[in-house]
Design a protein. Structure first.
Length: 307
């Protein structure tokens, strides 16, 4: 009578060899997990870059459909990593604030451990410039990584550094988006510098939703440095005047379609200006900031009509 082999003689070897199902689960889980890190910010760091890349590819370089499809895929991968590298380091450094301001984030929910996030950060920081190299924009990728570390490893605690990094962070985003399809031109720099200045001046709208958490953790944002009332008046004035800057420096509408696009972006500006003076709580301020992100993507989309 033969006896079955003891479990100890079989299970270690079996445990060391991943099954096909486990490999598939792992491959599918990583995109899902990376989305959990970036899902609160794609309108600020993913969609705008892809939209501007495609606008330049269509309006400036008239890429044929096949090449345009490749450009879309490369741009999506690049800007996914662009946002993912930022969100990983930001959420690792800001875990304490996120417990108060953003309890839905994966580190707070324990969807991933801090050690796991550190490993993913190392991988993402390596992949991002490699993808940038393949796309011909590795310099912009490295610049963005440097700005990300400056912001997330202490710089964001002071409103001057925080706003400057986010504002001038427009340059590596839009510079890479344009350069993926061809060399930079004076029009490229006009769009890049104008939007960098706009974001620099108005990005503090995002801080209105996090006043309690930022005050508790001694983060000195613009509203905490200058007072909530003044900040709201300043931002409301900025958003009210923004359509003028959009018209004279960016869109320069000259066709019915461009005028309609410009009217739509102006409506977003004025809606944001009205909302920003109303104190209805963090959730309301969060939706107000979302309007600014929608405006940013929408104004980049007008490049399809005006470049």
């Amino acid at each position: 009578m033969t006896s079955a082999a003891p479990p100890s003689s079989r299970s270690p070897a079996r445990g060391l060899i991943p099954t096909g199902r486990n490999v598939v689960r792992l491959v599918l889980r990583e995109p899902w997990l990376s989305w959990q890190f970036i899902k609160n910010d794609p309108w600020g760091g993913l969609y705008p870059g892809v939209v501007f890349t495609l606008a330049v590819a269509v309006a400036v370089h008239h890429q044929p459909p096949g090449r345009l499809a490749v450009t879309a895929v490369v741009s999506t991968v690049y800007f996914w990593l662009h946002l993912y590298t930022f969100c990983l380091t930001n959420q690792l450094a800001g875990l304490r604030e996120d417990r108060l301001n953003k309890p839905f984030r994966p580190l707070v929910k324990k969807s991933v451990t801090a050690r796991g996030a550190v490993v993913r950060t190392a991988v993402a920081f390596t992949l991002f410039p490699l993808v940038g190299w393949a796309a011909g924009v590795w310099q912009w990728a490295l610049l963005w990584e440097a700005m990300t570390l400056l912001h997330n490893l202490g710089g964001s605690r002071n409103w001057i550094v925080k706003n400057a990094v986010i504002g001038f962070g427009v340059l590596p985003m839009l510079g890479a988006a344009w350069q993926m399809t061809g060399p930079l031109t004076p029009d490229a720099w006009r769009w890049m510098l104008t939007l960098a200045l706009v974001v620099l001046l108005l990005i503090s709208v995002q801080d209105l939703r996090d006043l309690r958490g930022d005050a508790t953790t001694h983060r000195r944002t613009f509203p905490l440095a200058f007072g909530e009332a003044f900040s709201r008046r300043f931002l409301a004035a900025g958003f009210a005047l923004l359509p003028l800057a959009t018209h004279f420096l960016l869109v320069r509408a000259a066709t019915p379609a461009a005028w309609c696009a410009e009217a739509a972006t102006a409506a977003l500006c004025w809606a944001t200006a009205r909302r920003v003076v109303e104190r209805r709580g963090p959730a309301y301020d969060h939706r107000t900031y979302r309007l600014f992100e929608y405006w940013y993507t929408a104004v980049l989309a007008t490049a399809f009509l005006t470049l």
